[in-house]
Design a binder for this molecule. Structure first.
Ligand code: AQP
Length: 377
């Protein structure tokens, strides 16, 4: 399958360590999509590998709904930019998705759809490894072993578990609780030493590092210390201004949404809460619409909007109209690519199968080492 080449920018900033995950300063491509360097983990958090620079990256996305612009800006767009520079392994994490209630009749389509949109967003299987989690069963074996290296107290502290348990009171299952252990097995099974994610995953990745250290301490040095890599926009807020943009909260713009839908959703989106009248000066620093401009609009337009918002030269309605136009420019080629790929589902399936073959080989090699280290075989 031939996909469009992704334009490479330097995706990891060595100086990024210390700059933190603020959604902000960006360079913007002619296509209007943010191409700024990804900042590495915040200062003070242990992230470094022995030689500092990761070589193999792993990350995943759940097939729990439409990929939205939060997933895209926080993760998937960055994954695509990292492809030319690293050995990138990306995954549709269906085993993670079954930790909440779901419909088995639609799951197969949801997995294919997530993979299709991922490819349309630039996860070109000719240049990275892209697969479905449940196609590699060796990872589950590693997850079991890791569960013996994981303190229950550490899992109890996971804020995502607390949030999901509150959202799914009728189904607080053991898989939801041990979700980060499986995530650690996904990452470490392929010995990835870099994990590009949105900032909602920081705590899970700290646990991945703890699990690796515990295993290495008990059984010998097998696993790398996986570094967290943030995109330039690691947290996109929901349109309701109530928290992060989430599939489950319905506060999102889907990558599939065409311009009419985008404009409609933007028209009611939360902005600077202190700007009550058109004549009030606004504060772009606390406006989610401005954050989106930084990801979708050109640097010149961002600078103009910043100045005009602060001086009340532009109102929120016009600001949103400009954002809608920038988003249309950036999203239309992706949507066209997605539609093209939906007409060739077997190409998508074949690419995913090839990806699973490679990951199975890598994880099998790791498991041979792991079983020997454990004294099992
Ligand atoms: N709002 C966001 N801003 C920045 N990054 C985000 N990510 C998710 N939401 C935002 C990043 O997207 C990647 C894939 O996420 P996921 O699908 O595996 O799981 P999620 O974080 O649970 O996604 P949602 O949309 O928020 O789903 P629900 O509602 O089910 O919780 C990850 O790298 C994530 O950081």
């Amino acid at each position: 399958m031939n996909m469009d080449e992704q334009k490479a920018s330097d995706p990891l900033s060595e100086e990024g360590a210390g700059s933190g995950p603020a959604a902000g300063d960006s360079n913007t491509s002619a296509a209007g999509v943010n191409t700024a360097d990804a900042a590495a983990e915040v200062a003070g958090v242990d992230t470094a590998n022995a030689d500092g620079e990761p070589t193999r990256l792993y990350s995943g996305i759940q097939p729990t709904g439409d990929i939205h612009i939060g997933n895209y800006l926080g993760a998937v767009a960055n994954w695509a930019k990292l492809i030319p520079r690293y050995d990138c392994i990306y995954c549709v994490v269906d085993y993670h998705a079954i930790t909440i209630e779901y419909d088995p009749d639609t799951m197969r389509d949801a997995i294919l759809d997530t993979a299709t949109m991922g490819m349309a967003c630039g996860l070109d299987p000719d240049h990275c490894t892209f697969f479905v989690q449940s196609h590699v069963s060796e990872t589950m074996e590693l997850a079991w072993i890791f569960s013996t290296c994981t303190a229950i107290g550490a899992l109890e502290r996971m804020t995502q578990f607390k949030d999901k348990a509150a959202q799914h009171k009728q189904n607080i299952n053991a898989g939801l609780f041990t979700y980060p252990v499986l995530q650690a097995a996904d990452i470490l099974g392929v010995k990835a030493d870099g994990v590009p994610v949105g900032d909602d995953q920081s705590q899970h990745l700290e646990l991945t590092r703890e699990i690796a250290r515990r295993f290495n301490h008990l059984y010998g040095p097998v696993f790398p210390d996986a570094k967290t890599l943030y995109s330039p926009a690691p947290r996109i807020m929901g349109l309701d201004g109530q928290g992060k943009m989430s599939k489950s909260q319905g506060n999102y713009i889907a990558m599939k949404d065409r311009s009419d839908t985008v404009r409609k959703k933007l028209s009611t989106a939360y902005t600077d809460p202190n700007r009550l009248r058109r004549s009030d000066p606004g504060n772009p620093d606390i406006c989610n619409i401005f954050t989106l401009h930084k990801s979708f609009s050109s640097p010149d337009e961002v600078a103009t909007i910043d100045a005009e918002c602060r001086s009340a030269g532009i109102g929120c309605v016009d600001c949103k109209k400009k954002l809608g136009a920038s988003m249309e420019t950036a999203m239309t080629p992706i949507q066209d690519k997605y539609e093209d790929l939906t007409r060739r589902p077997d190409d998508v399936r074949d690419a995913l199968a090839a990806g699973a073959d490679r990951v199975r080989t890598l994880t099998s090699e790791t498991m041979t080492e792991v079983r020997q280290s454990l004294g099992l075989r």
